[in-house]
Design a protein around this ligand. Structure first.
Ligand code: PLP
Length: 395
């Protein structure tokens, strides 16, 4: 079956976050929203059908866990990533950001140090700060080639005294798929400093050719024993509103501690739809996933070529996984405020402010390309026209 990702679907009256907070957050509503990380594509038909079928039984009573939930994740991870997981190592969690908060609450005390790579998906900062832990910012190195790299000497230094590292693997917003060697090195340094690693692998299923996702726990026995991995079908199968995630812990002592924390407040139980969506995505979703990734890869290529041809001062970081492009706009020579003015008030676009992901993101904007190509073309045309008609004094 060929899926149609060119279809424009009106999301404006669906209580969707992407449209619903434009006024509140951007101060105007006449904007094309290309920000929060969900897709403008229809959630796959097999997922909608599975939910519909369940609703045909018109009693929404208490349910037992879906009997295929664990096997569907175990088989998917084995087949897609060569990642072997035992049944007892897998637990449901109601959302990954919440899961990270549960780990911080279980394994750290207020005032403890928690490291995040910066820039990074901003809730890593927020969940740490809001739980009263101290953020240790590890700045990623921006290479000449506009690519994020890790300065391992600096990492070794900054890891001293850090209790937990929260890793986005692959990396949002930089789009990096961390390599086996990079992950191995991180694992060794964290072992030396006594730092527990949280590997957030929510974007893994969207790793684009020719890159390959490496699960953190697979890089060495050290990594396997000193990590907690989160996964979810929500990004790849456009279903984040369902809230269905899982946590994998191989180390028995760490697992028992986290499991008792979760069980004490019944945080390890989903609703009847959550596990159904995971089972359906992971047992029926491969063909859809390959097609959506091909469409996303084409959109990324389109943006890269368009910018090179029309706005070469904006350099997109090459996205190795997922549907987000971190745009390096520094060569425009604008202050960050002027950059926001250009995108919002002149081009009428709502992208994520690059600085939201850490101060290293100054001069960057994050573009979501999981949208029909026609929308993307329109957005870039608006940007090109805005730039042409705008004169900033310091340009
Ligand atoms: C790296 C990363 N982790 C977690 C999330 C959100 O996960 P959840 O909705 O399960 O909390 C996102 C969403 O964009 C993300 O990019």
């Amino acid at each position: 079956m060929a899926y149609n990702f060119d279809e424009i679907i009106d999301r404006s009256h669906s209580d969707c976050l992407k449209y619903g907070v434009l006024d509140e957050r951007w101060g105007r509503t006449d904007l094309l929203p290309l920000w929060v990380a969900d897709m403008d594509f229809r959630t796959p038909n097999f997922i909608i059908d599975a939910l519909r079928t369940r609703l045909e039984h018109e009693i929404l009573g208490y349910t037992i866990p879906h009997p295929e939930w664990k096997d569907s994740i175990i088989n998917w991870q084995q087949k897609r990533n060569g990642y072997t997981i035992k049944r007892e190592e897998l637990t449901f969690v109601p959302g990954i950001v919440r899961g990270i908060a549960f780990v911080l609450q279980s394994f750290t005390q207020p005032g403890d140090k928690v490291m995040v790579f910066s820039p990074v998906y901003h809730p890593f900062f927020l969940v740490t700060e809001d739980n009263g832990r101290d953020v240790v910012r590890f700045p990623l190195t921006l290479s000449e080639a506009n690519h994020y790299e890790i300065d391992f000497n600096l990492l070794r230094q900054l890891l001293q005294g850090v209790k937990v590292l929260i890793l986005s693997n692959p990396h949002n917003p930089g789009g990096r798929v961390w390599t086996l060697n990079e992950l191995k090195h991180i694992a060794e340094l964290c072992q030396d400093s006594g730092t527990l690693v949280i590997s957030d692998e929510i974007h893994a299923d969207l790793t684009l050719a020719p890159y390959h996702h490496v699960p953190f726990a697979c890089v060495s026995e050290t990594a396997r024993q000193n990590s907690i991995t989160f996964g979810s079908p929500s990004k790849a199968f456009n279903s984040p509103g369902i809230i269905s995630s899982y946590v994998i812990v191989h180390n028995e002592a760490i697992r028992n501690k986290l499991k008792s924390y979760l069980a004490a407040s019944e945080l390890d139980e989903g609703n009847m739809f959550a596990q159904l969506v995971t089972v359906t995505a992971y047992t029926q979703g491969e063909e859809w996933l390959e097609q959506v990734k091909a469409y996303i890869a084409d959109n990324i290529r389109f943006v890269e070529e368009y910018l090179q041809e029309n706005i070469p001062q904006i350099r997109p970081m090459h996205t190795e996984a997922s549907f987000l492009i971190y745009l390096n706009c520094r060569d425009l020579g604008l202050s960050h405020e002027q950059l926001l003015n250009l995108f919002i008030d002149k081009a009428h676009l709502a992208l994520d402010d690059g600085r939201k992901f850490g101060e290293e993101g100054t001069g960057f904007m994050r573009l979501n390309v999981a949208t029909p190509l026609s929308v993307l073309r329109q957005a870039l045309n608006q940007l090109k026209d805005a730039l042409k008609s705008t004169n900033y004094n310091n340009k």
